[in-house]
Structure formats: structure tokens, C-alpha cells
Design a protein around this ligand. Structure first.
Ligand code: SAH
Length: 342
């Protein structure tokens, strides 16, 4: 069976052409799926009865079930657990910002990147998500939470370890007959898989790129993020320069501050050295405590010291507000809790 939600508009046009139909059917079906949110072929009244019957035989339109929903009492963040067709569980988060509602989506079930501070790393990767499963997270959140205008690929999983499906997902988001969410409203976050950064730069999309840096030297970064052993900072920075040159877009570097680990003055100065002169922004994140790991949030004065040193060097810097701290909204936390309780 073909899942129509796994098809870009172009792929669906070819699908209909191969059936001996007009390629215009793809636009009609796209409208039913993404605009009218219809999943039953019977309701698609501008499609002939004959074609509807044929479609029912060979294709379907998937949806995601919400398995659990946790509403923050502090800040209107909602964390969702979704049940996949094969009974795997993934999570997504809805966040209310002044500029609009943001959906944070997962790209894999679990993750293989083994970052020391991340809850998603604990059980390893189970499998990649299909484009349809990413699209369905957005659609489920949209219908439950309200209109979604921004997407961040910062849930569980490494987007560049599932590159092709993620690109397909972005095409479906972008398409005006699809969800109609422009590239500038989408952010991909990566641990820094260097060959994929080059590939992504060559796509010349206007999608925002975030790099999870978290350490300013190879020794510390390799300890916190094993991917750094394969792609050390020199190579990562070269790839980032290439991305900026190709796209003329600013990169955001994510730096989660861990008490006593990567929050020293010398780390801030090393970070400045690393990023000096680059078209970039730094986002400081007081690390979310994950029970299994034991890392603690950096002290507030350390966060402020980091911010000052970075800004004094002429690099823009923000501190991420903590949202959903009462509902375990950090990376992989809720899924882990659910798996243990199940
Ligand atoms: N694999 C991608 C995207 C998913 S993680 C990536 O690593 O970028 C989204 C962000 O949350 C990353 O910057 C990640 O490093 C960060 N993160 C993971 N665990 C965290 C924790 N316990 N506290 C704060 N940030 C965390």
C-alpha cells in the first residue's frame, strides 16, 4: 500500500501519471489531505467514483494517534507522545511564542549519536521516521494546539542521519498545496555530520541551520558528543563556513551549559576564538536535568558571564527561556518515562 503522505507533490504527480491519470489529480488530493484534512477517499467529491475505488485498493492516508498529552501549568507548552503504526512511541512538543506557535518534531525513534547529556541517546536508535510520520506530528499538533507557523527539528533523533526523509518532509511542508510553511520558518538542528552539512548547503534552501556545539575544544566535545571523534571542530567549522558562503545565512550555535563541565570562563573565551568573524548567533541553554545522567544546570551567574563574554566579542547571544520544565519537555525525557512505565 502506498502512503500518500510520503509523497512530495512531484512524486504524487508521477504516481497519477503512472496510473494513466492527469497529473492535476495530485494537486486535488494534496488539497484534500493538507487543506481540508480529509483522510477518507469517499469524501473526495471532485475525484471520480472510479478513481476513488482504485485509490482505496492501493493507497491510504496515514494519521498519528496521540498516546499522551501533557500540558504545562506554567507556560502553555504541551508535550505529546505519539503512537506509530508499529507501536513505537515518539514525542513532539508545541510551544507558544509571541511570533506564533512552534512544533518541535522528532526525526527518528531514539537516536544513535550518544550525546552524554541527552535522554534520547539512552536507548539508542530504533529506526528512522518516514516523511509521513514527521508531517503527521505537525498535523496532529496543529489540530490540537492551534495553527502551527514554525517547525524545529529538535525532538528525538538526528535529522542528518535520516537525510532523505527529512528533505522530503521539508518539501511537503514548503509546498503551498501542502502545509505551506516557508523555509525561513523551519530550523534543522544537527550534531554536526560534516558531509551532510555540505550536501545541505548545496540544496540552497532558506531553512535555518542550528549546530549543537556544547563544547569549544575537541577534548571536551569528544567526551560529550562522540560524533566529534569522526568530525572534529576544525572540519565542522570549515563545513559551517561553506554553508554560510553558499546560503548567505547565519548559523545558530547551541551551547548547553552544564555545571562544572563546560561553563568555565576559559570555555567562553575558547568559544569566542572559535566563532570570531563568523556570521553566527549563539544560543545558550541551561541544560535540562536528566535523572539517568546526573548533569546539573549551570549556575545563573555562569550563564550571564558566558553571555557577556560572547557579546563583548561582538557575537549576538540569547539565553533560551526554559519552557515546559514541569512536563519533562527536554529531549527524549517523556518517551523514556513512558517506556519505563509501560
Ligand atoms: N540531533 C539534533 C536534534 C535533536 S536535539 C541535535 O543534536 O542537534 C535538540 C537540541 O537539544 C540539541 O541542541 C541537543 O544537544 C539539545 N539537548 C539534548 N539534551 C539536552 C538536555 N538534557 N538539556 C538541554 N539540551 C539538550
Amino acid at each position: 500500500m502506498y502512503n500518500l503522505k510520503d509523497m512530495t507533490l512531484e512524486e504524487m504527480e508521477n504516481f497519477f501519471i503512472n496510473m494513466g491519470e492527469s497529473k492535476f489529480r495530485a494537486r486535488q488530493i494534496y488539497k484534500w489531505i493538507y487543506d481540508k484534512k480529509v483522510t477518507d477517499f469517499e469524501k473526495m467529491t471532485d475525484i471520480s467514483k472510479n478513481l476513488r475505488a482504485k485509490l482505496k485498493e492501493i493507497a491510504y492516508i496515514s494519521q498519528l494517534k496521540i498516546a499522551e498529552r501533557r500540558v504545562s501549568q506554567i507556560d502553555d507548552t504541551i508535550k505529546y507522545l505519539f503512537l506509530l503504526e508499529d507501536n513505537n512511541i515518539i514525542e513532539g512538543v508545541a510551544i507558544r511564542y509571541r511570533f506564533g506557535n512552534t512544533a518541535c518534531v522528532s526525526t527518528q525513534v531514539g537516536c544513535n549519536m550518544k550525546c552524554k547529556f541527552c535522554a534520547s541517546a539512552v536507548g539508542g536508535k530504533v529506526r528512522d521516521l518516514k516523511a509521513s510520520e514527521m508531517v503527521n506530528q505537525v498535523m496532529a499538533i496543529d489540530s490540537d494546539y492551534g495553527k502551527i507557523s514554525n517547525i524545529v527539528l529538535m525532538g528525538s533523533g538526528e535529522p542528518f542521519d535520516n537525510y532523505d526523509e527529512v528533505m522530503k518532509f521539508i518539501k511537503i511542508l514548503n509546498n503551498p498545496y501542502g502545509l505551506g510553511i516557508g523555509s525561513r520558518h523551519i530550523t534543522i538542528s544537527t550534531v554536526g555530520i560534516v558531509p551532510k552539512i555540505y550536501k545541505f548547503a548545496d540544496e540552497k534552501l532558506q531553512v535555518n541551520l542550528s549546530i549543537s556545539l556544547h563544547a569549544p575544544n575537541n577534548e571536551l566535545r569528544s567526551e560529550l558528543m562522540p560524533i566529534n571523534r569522526a568530525y572534529p571542530l576544525e572540519e565542522l567549522m570549515k563545513a559551517c563556513e561553506y554553508y554560510i558562503e553558499k546560503t548567505r545565512r547565519r548559523i545558530t550555535f547551541e551551547y548547553s551549559l552544564i555545571d562544572g563541565v563546560n561553563d568555565k570562563k576559559e570555555h567562553a573565551y575558547q568559544l569566542v576564538e572559535l566563532l570570531k568573524g563568523m556570521l553566527c548567533h549563539v544560543n545558550l541553554i541551561p541544560i535540562n536535568y536528566v535523572k539517568e545522567i546526573g548533569f546539573k544546570k549551570a549556575k545563573n551567574e555562569k550563564v550571564m558571564m558566558f553571555k557577556r563574554i560572547i557579546e563583548d566579542a561582538g557575537i549576538t547571544c540569547t539565553v533560551r527561556r526554559e519552557l515546559g520544565s514541569d512536563i519533562e519537555a527536554a529531549c527524549g525525557q517523556l518517551r523514556r518515562k513512558y517506556l519505563k512505565e509501560r
